[in-house]
Design a protein around this ligand. Structure first.
Ligand code: PEP
Ligand code: MN
Length: 350
């Protein structure tokens, strides 16, 4: 339930509504807006009867949220949320920021070269896993803390924001210390204790869709983070598992407009994991921007044939630079543009 106050409602009237919600056994969440304040009711998992609140002083309207998730829903917050992850790097606004870099941080040379290459092409954030969720325990697991230190070094050299995955609670605290965005991977989308921990950390979160998650399950996972007090959630479509091994996953472009309809949160697209085949990543990235994605996350490696993970889906730096020019043209065709790296004033070059 959401109580929308009149534009001229007094602080006292807002307090009275909060008191009435508490008296019902729930928690009020006042949300001051540009025009007027709304008071959300949290803590209920189903319909509540707020008819007595509609008659209270200063109340314009009582709305019922019809979805199982509430704080992430458009009904709760009609305007788009903009998540700023570093000064000037905003997801959910008119600009479309691009995150790029290797699947994993492998060594200093590799991550620094990747950072320079993707920045040169116009990316505003660097990706790279320090803690890797691998199907096999014998595969490269990431450099851990050393990987985070190398990412911080890459940020110092290039000014790129850092996006990197956390696999568990302890890792999340470390990632929050070193990075600008904590990535929560597909395999952990329903790790509810990790979602709560990340919610309490308050750091921006890139929440990947689980590989067999419905849109509703994905939005409920985001709800865990918001319910724990962190509104800085960016959703990321990365494909769902299909039946055909011709592609790694089925990249669900339709999730972008669908989620925009249901939620105010920004939606980023990851065509690298979505399709999993290098030569098809650019087409899917273009499709995602055309569909309205609020950002892209793309795997790029200086020498993909020698990558320790996901080489087959990683773009060569030249391929990425070409893709950036293409997606910028597409963004402009729909009234947006690819976000420019800080301090350059210009967007995609070349
Ligand atoms: C990744 O970004 O490298 C990754 C492991 O992604 P996902 O969780 O989507 O599989
Ligand atoms: Mn990967």
């Amino acid at each position: 339930m959401l109580v929308v106050m009149q534009a001229d409602a007094t602080e006292r009237q807002v307090d009275d509504v909060c008191g009435a919600i508490r008296a019902m056994g729930f928690e009020p969440l006042p949300m001051p807006g540009a025009q007027r304040t709304a008071v959300g009711l949290i803590g209920n998992d189903g319909q509540v009867d707020g008819s007595h609140i509609s008659g209270m002083g200063g109340v314009a309207q009582v709305l019922y949220v019809s979805k199982p998730y509430k704080q992430v829903s458009r009904e709760w917050k009609p305007e788009n949320s903009v998540v700023e992850v570093a000064p000037g790097v905003r997801f959910g606004g008119p600009e479309v920021p691009v995150i790029a870099g290797p699947c994993s941080v492998e060594n200093e040379r590799q991550i620094i070269a990747s950072a320079h290459a993707v920045r040169e092409a116009g990316a505003v954030a660097l990706r790279g896993g320090a803690f890797k969720p691998r199907s096999s325990p014998y595969a490269f697991q990431g450099l851990g803390l050393e990987g985070l230190r190398l990412l911080a070094k890459a940020r110092d050299e290039t000014g790129l924001a850092i996006v990197t995955e956390a696999l568990d609670e302890e890792g999340a605290r470390l990632v929050a210390e070193y990075a600008d965005v904590v990535q929560l991977g597909a395999r952990n989308m329903q790790n509810f204790s990790l979602l709560r921990t990340i919610g309490r950390l308050g750091k921006p979160v890139l929440l990947k869709r689980g590989m067999a998650a419905t849109i509703q399950e994905w939005l409920l996972a985001a709800e865990y983070v918001l319910a724990a007090g962190n509104p800085h959630v960016i959703l990321c479509e990365r494909g769902v598992r299909g039946f055909d091994p011709a592609t790694r996953n089925i990249f669900d472009v339709s999730a972008v407009p669908l989620v925009h309809k249901l939620s105010h949160l920004p939606v980023v697209a990851d065509p690298s994991h979505g399709v999993g085949v290098r030569d098809h990543v650019p087409a899917m990235a273009r499709a995602a921007v055309a569909a309205g994605a609020d950002g892209l996350i793309i795997e790029v490696h200086p020498t993909p044939d020698r990558a320790l993970s996901d080489g087959a889906q990683s773009l060569y730096p030249e391929q990425f630079a070409k893709l950036m020019r293409e997606v910028d043209a597409i963004a402009r065709a729909i009234g947006r543009e690819i976000a420019a790296p800080a301090g350059t004033g210009a967007g995609v070059t070349g």
